[in-house]
Design a protein. Structure first.
Length: 312
């Protein structure tokens, strides 16, 4: 059954050493000249729902961090030096029967080593993605794995709040909604309903926007040109999460939109590894008629059920 997944070395937009993981329905492209990065995820022959920076594709060896696009793993909370450590050198790629593992060298700046493992279903669009960070330093470090997926321009991200209730039956707080200094709830790219938070990517709006939240069922969907990319994670409410307790964050500017999940803050001993697991899927024909609770629930619930949660 796993033979339906094919892993092959390929070139991609200036990089000679990339790997394609495909099953006839969808394909992922992982860079080996830099990274680890998943630079493409799309239906075979279809659009790439991930952001690409054309002027940075094919580049290697730069001294500073390059956004490039695609999906990557960082350490949280964000640090202007350690988090932004460059990932511009070749990575080791090991093929698996149903995917691959891409592992970067140990970062000289941080002593951290990052890897991404992909496991693609034999048919359809389901992917399980493991994002890992190992501590190869001499001392324990406290951080969380932080998965940032950069989406192509022109779409919108939707995520859900935890189940809603009613006053006075439900008196306890359910979740944080976290702001940054540049967060502006009056920005027209935001739409809030009772159940959902929506952020639209606008190539003409250069102002940055970001919000975070915690949801025991963390998920997000990006809708672009009638297709949807869905990612899900399974946070642990008993643990402490970065940024005042966020399991999910979303960011946008005029160039891209990011959908980000975070793992718990962990004291990582030398030689130990933390990981954040996400379940991904793609869908066609996703065109909600209105941004209302009823319509979004009608459109998105079947996609979330079909995607499944990590570990399910």
């Amino acid at each position: 059954m796993l033979a339906a997944v094919h892993v092959e070395k390929t070139g991609y937009k200036g990089w000679k050493n990339c790997y394609k993981v495909a099953n006839g329905d969808v394909e992922l492209i992982v860079t080996a000249d830099v990274g680890p990065r998943i630079i493409r995820f799309g239906f075979v022959g279809g659009q790439n729902l991930f952001k690409e920076y054309p002027d940075q594709l094919g580049g290697t060896g730069e001294t500073k961090f390059q956004l490039r696009g695609g999906d990557r793993v960082w350490k949280a909370p964000e640090d202007p030096v350690a988090t932004w450590a460059p990932d511009n050198v070749p990575v080791d790629v090991r093929a698996l029967p149903d995917g691959l593992v891409a592992r970067a060298p140990i970062e000289p700046l941080t002593g951290l080593q990052k890897e991404i493992e992909i496991r693609l279903a034999p048919s359809g669009s389901q992917v399980t993605v493991f994002h890992r960070i190992a501590n190869h330093g001499l001392f324990p470090l406290e951080f969380a794995p932080w998965v940032l997926t950069m989406m192509a321009q022109g779409g919108m991200a939707v995520t859900g709040f935890p189940p809603r209730g009613h006053h006075p039956a439900n008196l306890e707080a359910t979740n944080p909604l976290v702001m940054w200094a540049y967060s502006d709830l009056s920005d027209p790219r935001w739409t809030f309903t009772r159940k959902y938070m929506i952020l639209r990517q606008d190539p003409k709006n250069t102002e940055a926007q970001k919000l975070g939240l915690f949801n025991p069922d963390t998920w997000a969907a990006y809708l672009l040109n009638g297709e949807a990319f869905v990612k899900r994670a399974s946070p642990d409410p008993s643990k402490v999460y970065p940024d005042f307790g966020c399991s999910f964050e979303t960011f946008t500017n005029n160039e891209f939109l990011e959908m980000e999940t975070l793992g718990p803050l962990t004291k990582v001993a030398p030689g130990a590894t933390v990981e954040q697991v996400e379940r991904w899927a793609l869908y066609r024909g996703v065109n909600p008629a209105r941004l209302t609770d009823d319509e979004l629930t009608h459109v998105l619930t079947p996609l979330l059920e079909a995607t499944g949660r990590p570990g399910s």
